[in-house]
Design a protein around this ligand. Structure first.
Ligand SMILES: O=C[C@H](O)COP(=O)(O)O
Ligand SMILES: CC(=O)C(=O)O
Length: 212
């Protein structure tokens, strides 16, 4: 099973935006994922911030084969195992610890670890991570910070996330060291609670077109 996993670079290349989804009720996970896929967004990050998250990942992995579903907010080794067991195709962390990196390595799991500073990015590069999350993107300096980091470290490809909106995603995507961006704007809490999948589909369509 592990041999057929996509790499993080391959996953980040699947589209310009990765929706970061926090699921309160796993029963909504499949229609939500279908709406995103219908809108042209295949990669979905479900954060492990709610009790429903693992069940949501399990349902999406089983019932929406076009989606590439991963787990976000993976903070520790126990969550690595649980997320993979639920069917996560990749793991995302807002930062990185040695224990987390070691657990992902043991499991041969594609991990997108987070960095917010040059030294964090350099340490992750040393550890073999050429693809990194830049988090929290807006608070850590936004496009100006990424452009500046790209001068000495052009070999790192980032997925900036945190404080990015539909309106400013394009300015991140124009940077040469940005592979794609992450954000929660595709799945507004009120639309998900109301089962307004048409709105989610429309937001996904607009996001998918950002780099078309
Ligand atoms: O923790 C935040 C998520 O990574 C997404 O951030 P956002 O809600 O600012 O798009
Ligand atoms: C911030 C983020 O994307 C995560 O919690 O994994």
């Amino acid at each position: 099973m592990t041999q057929s996993r996509m790499t993080v670079a391959e996953i980040l290349a699947l589209g310009p935006v990765i929706p970061v989804v926090t699921v309160g009720d796993a029963r909504g996970a499949v229609p939500l994922a279908r709406a995103l896929v219908e809108g042209g967004v295949r990669v979905i990050e479900v954060t492990l911030r709610t009790p429903a998250a693992l069940d949501a990942i399990r349902r999406i992995a089983a019932e929406v084969p076009e989606a590439v579903v991963g787990a976000g907010t993976v903070l520790g080794a126990d969550q690595v195992e649980a997320a993979l067991e639920a069917g996560a195709a990749f793991l995302v962390s807002p930062g990185a610890t040695e224990a987390l990196v070691a657990a992902a390595r043991r499991a041969a799991a594609p991990l997108l670890p987070g960095a917010a500073t040059v030294s964090e990015a350099m340490r992750l590069l040393e550890a073999g991570f050429a693809c990194q999350k830049f988090f929290p993107a807006a608070a850590a300096g936004g496009t100006a910070a990424l452009a500046a980091i790209g001068a000495p470290l052009p070999q790192i490809r980032f997925c900036p996330t945190g404080g990015i909106s539909a309106a400013d995603a394009g300015s991140y995507l124009r940077l040469p060291n940005v592979a794609c961006v992450g954000g929660s704007w595709l799945t507004p809490a009120e639309a998900v609670a109301a089962g307004d999948w048409g709105r989610v589909r429309a937001l996904a369509q607009a996001a998918a077109a950002l780099r078309a």
